[in-house]
Design a protein around this ligand. Structure first.
Ligand SMILES: NC(=O)c1ccc[n+]([C@@H]2O[C@H](COP(=O)([O-])OP(=O)(O)OC[C@H]3O[C@@H](n4cnc5c(N)ncnc54)[C@H](O)[C@@H]3O)[C@@H](O)[C@H]2O)c1
Length: 328
């Protein structure tokens, strides 16, 4: 990647949801490439000032605590921007619990962002999509050409709408965009105390409290884990590349069962706790995930750097430091 002629240097870049888990790493990554300004809009429903503490004082960063449903605010942010990363979204369970709110954030606001991007001639938009668009995929490893007709979730439907919306704006109005379909993103700054924490955090809670970790189902469900910094790097690569009007899988192309993941989490944390298997109650009906990431490797130069063991070590260190500080 030729950083001398990258698009970031001297540009104003808007990150919706930039106080969140992935967005805060993206902001850090962007700051390494001399932007004119990074504008973050986030209502802190899940994101936090803590996530941004490494850069919020940077004079190149403007944080706006606000809602992407606020059209006037959105227009103010977009009118002065060159590029947009659209990351603000609700979690899959939050969409299922409140589809109306899911519609406002994931569909209506995404439409407003497309409209304003066209109006203010945004040079390129990078959209955070999801492996959820596939539902239970037809092929494993799953290429981007798999169809989305098995998706059963509101969240997956909304992400697919976003991809198709930006595609239509490219063809109707020339708005350049890339959609990144993240698989299972993990790492420090994952939500530890919200309503919808991920399984890794629940297991770290069990280790901290010395109680048996719960596994929903028989542990055979698989996921394709990708470290959060690798996802931030994929976003930067998507902006810098000349590719437009494409979707990319962002995963490690390694399938890990929940059972194997738990064994790894326990081993890394020197725990001899034994899991308890209980009936699955998840909103996400998909029991298998494995990306084919060759397209992102070829066209974006995506190359995941952190393997699962290293990543879980980093997550565990961060988690125990954080929860120790909180309990003092
Ligand atoms: N984490 C994953 O495994 C994963 C997988 C696939 C896709 N994604 C997508 O990646 C993006 C980032 O996800 P994340 O894991 O960082 O989640 P996150 O919840 O940490 O980040 C989303 C951010 O958006 C903000 N937000 C939500 N609604 C908003 C609104 N109405 N106005 C302004 N801000 C609002 C939240 O406060 C949060 O900071 C999302 O679009 C998500 O759907 C994540």
């Amino acid at each position: 990647m030729n950083l001398d002629k990258n698009r970031i240097s001297g540009s104003v870049i808007l990150v919706t949801g930039g106080a969140g888990f992935i967005g805060s790493y993206l902001a850090e990554e962007l700051l390494k490439h001399s932007p004119a300004k990074i504008v973050i809009i986030d209502n802190l429903i899940r994101g936090s000032l803590e996530n941004m503490k490494g850069f919020i004082q940077n004079p190149l960063v403007e944080f706006i605590e606000g809602d992407i449903n606020d059209e006037i605010l959105l227009e103010k942010c977009i009118s002065g921007s060159d590029y947009i990363f659209h990351m603000a979204a609700l979690r899959i369970n939050a969409c299922a619990a409140n589809p109306s709110e899911g519609f406002d954030v994931m569909v209506k606001s995404t439409f407003k962002i497309a409209e304003l991007s066209r109006k203010y001639k945004i040079k390129k938009l990078i959209y955070s999509s999801s492996a959820s668009v596939y539902g239970y995929a037809q092929n494993f490893p799953t290429p981007e050409s798999d169809n989305p007709y098995d998706n059963q979730t509101f969240y997956g439907a909304a992400k697919l709408f976003g991809e198709q919306l930006f595609r239509s704006y490219k063809h109707m109005f020339g708005l350049d965009y890339i959609a990144l379909r993240y698989f299972n993103v993990y790492g420090p700054r994952m939500d530890t105390d919200g309503k919808y924490t991920e399984v890794m955090i629940k297991w770290l809670d069990s280790i901290r409290d010395d109680i048996p970790p719960l596994v929903y189902g028989d542990g055979s469900t698989t996921m394709d884990f990708v470290y959060v910094k690798d996802v931030a790097a994929a976003n930067v690569a998507a902006l810098i590349s000349d590719v437009s009007d494409e979707s990319f899988n962002i995963g490690n192309s390694i399938e890990t069962s929940l059972k194997d993941l738990l064994d790894l989490v326990l081993k890394i944390n020197h725990s001899s706790l034994k899991p308890v298997f209980i009936e699955s109650n998840t909103v996400n009906p998909v029991s298998r995930r494995l990306s084919d990431n060759s397209k992102a490797k070829k066209l974006l130069g995506f190359s995941p750097k952190v393997n699962l063991e290293e990543g879980i070590k980093k997550l565990s260190e961060w988690y125990f430091k954080k929860t120790k500080t909180l309990s003092q």
